[in-house]
Each structure stands twice: as structure tokens, then as C-alpha cells.
Design a protein around this ligand. Sequence first.
Ligand SMILES: *Cc1c(COP(=O)(O)O)cnc(C)c1O
Length: 238
Amino acid sequence: MNEILQNYRKVSERIRRACENCGRRAQDVTLLLATKTVPPEKIRVALNDGASVIGENKVQELVSKYEALRDIPHQTHCIGHLQTNKIKEIVKYADCLQSLDRPELAVRLQKRLESEDKTLDVLLQVNTSRESSKFGIAPEHVIVFAKQVRQFDRLHIKGLMTIGLFAADIDKVRYCYRLLKILQEQLLDNGFAAHTLSMGMSNDLEAAIEEGATMVRVGTAVFGNRKYPDKYYWNEHQ
Ligand SMILES: *Cc1c(COP(=O)(O)O)cnc(C)c1O
């Protein structure tokens, strides 16, 4: 537990320093804890120390942790690929869906939200690395997709999310983040209040912050290594 506390503080410090190095304010970057496979007791340690947002990839885990942690104020975001048969739970439990990646999902969410008389914050997930294994809209389709989503009044577009390239070469990762920033600016020019840029993880959060991230999603650096390979979470077809 102590280790998690130390890790959490270390990551917070990395964020603070990265902001300082590029002249940004630390409070403009939110740390989202990527909590897949992490049991509630461990998440609780970080939430008690000031963390305010967790992100889950699988709906079942999102629901069970929502229940287990409901006594601590925090937000729950869905950061994994969402199948249309899991919409009900997201509408009920999630504060934000970061992985809106196709028109069909928007249609179905709108319907469900209407029937529940609710709204949902969403980020559009962009496949900035163009890897076939990753979900997300192609960069050149982002504006058109955003305009489609705007038709659905129950969905509030708050910004963009990407999972960057996994590469030892930080410049290649940085390219993905820079691209997401450019797309955000295009959205802002088109009148979208797309202020959130969710990008950067344990290994590259500094680069993401330099490129304009307002939210970094960190798992391993706080909770340690996971049992399952990440592709288990990122690609349902593996
Ligand atoms: C797991 C995960 C992260 C965090 O990755 P780490 O390398 O463990 O920090 C970020 N974003 C998404 C979508 C994830 O699934």
C-alpha cells in the first residue's frame, strides 16, 4: 500500500515538473488512474491521497469498482472499447466515455440517454498511430465525425483521446500527440468546446504534457505491472 502511495506521489511530481518545464500550470493537467485489474483497496490509497479520476477498460470492472468505491468522491471514465450491448451500464455509471469511436455507438447512446433523461460527456477516440490493432477514428475523419455527434444533443463532446504508438522512439510517440493537438485546434475552430486532450501514459507522460495533454492516463507507474498483456484490453479480436 505504501508503495502505491509513493508511486502516486512520484507520478504527481513528474506531472508537476513536466508542466514547469514547458511553462504550463500543474492544475491544468489531470491525472487519470488507469485501474484495469487493480483491486479497489489499492485504488482507494490513491483516491485518499488526492486522486480524483479513475479509468476502466471493461464495463464489468467499471461497475464493480464503482460500487466498491462509491463512498469516496471521484469520477469514473470508460477508456476501453465499448460494445453496444454494454451501453446501459455506461449511461448509469460513467462520468465520461473517452472511447467514442463510431457513429453507431453515438446513435445507441443517444437513444439510451433520452430514455433515461440523462446526458453524457464524451471524448472522441482517434487512432493517431493508424495501427490496425487500435480502435479509434482515422485522423482525417475527426471533424466529420464530430459534426455527426453534434446532432446528438445528449452527448457532450469534451475533447479527444488517443493511445499513442508503442515505440521506444519517443519522437514517433510524440508525433501522435502532436497530431491530436492539431485536431483539437481544428475542433475548437469549428466551435466545439473540445478542451480535453487525453493522451500520455506511464512511459511518455512528459512528452504528452509538452504537446498539450490536459489529462494523462497512468496505470503501471502507480500500481505496478499488470498480469495481462495490454492488447487484451485494446483489441477484442486478438
Ligand atoms: C492501461 C491504459 C493506460 C495506462 O497505461 P500504463 O502504461 O499502464 O500507464 C492508458 N490508457 C489506456 C486506454 C489504457 O488501457
